[in-house]
Ligand binder design. Structure first.
Ligand SMILES: [Zn+2]
Length: 162
């Protein structure tokens, strides 16, 4: 995301050489650099004690394929808190254990994804209004359930190498 105006005072930004960072957008009014950043999204496979993974149906994401829990990081949280919050908000499961998998930058969405595995004890699903349906699927899953171009598919491939 490229800033043209200062997000604090609205003044037009200029670029300024800032140490090792090189040329950075700078606000003369606030006397501070305005670093460029992309939105951060967490994505997590939610796996229960029976080795089942939660696959969500979210029509606004895809009508044909299923996805894992995902959501945007909110300023002030740790990434781990974002994962726990999203897993609870979207499907009502409490995360007991978190393992970091990998990050990657999604060009089309201009978003940095941080990907995790969340271990939970199977509990009744409670769905947010963003989730149309969810079910547990025994691992390994049928990969045709996932969009081969999607983030969930990519993370599932990474998970299989563990
Ligand atoms: Zn400013």
């Amino acid at each position: 995301m490229k800033s043209i105006y200062c997000p604090h005072c609205g003044q037009l930004l200029h670029t300024k050489e800032i140490g090792d960072e090189g040329l950075v957008p700078f606000c003369e009014g606030c006397h501070k650099p305005i670093f460029e950043h992309s939105p951060v999204c967490i994505l997590t496979m939610v796996i229960n004690e029976y080795n089942e993974v939660a696959l969500l149906k979210q029509d606004y994401v895809s009508k044909q394929h299923l996805v894992f829990v995902a959501g945007y990081y909110k300023p002030g949280e740790s990434a781990e808190n974002t994962v726990k919050r999203e897993v609870y908000e979207e499907i009502g499961q409490t995360v007991d254990e978190l393992t970091y998998l990998e990050s990657f930058y999604h060009e089309r969405l201009d978003t940095l994804f941080l990907c995790y595995i969340s271990k939970v004890k199977k509990a009744p699903f409670k769905l947010s209004s963003e989730v149309d349906d969810v079910n547990w699927y025994l691992l390994p899953i049928d990969e045709s359930l996932l969009n081969p171009l999607g983030v969930a598919y990519r993370i599932y491939q990474r998970y299989k190498t563990l």
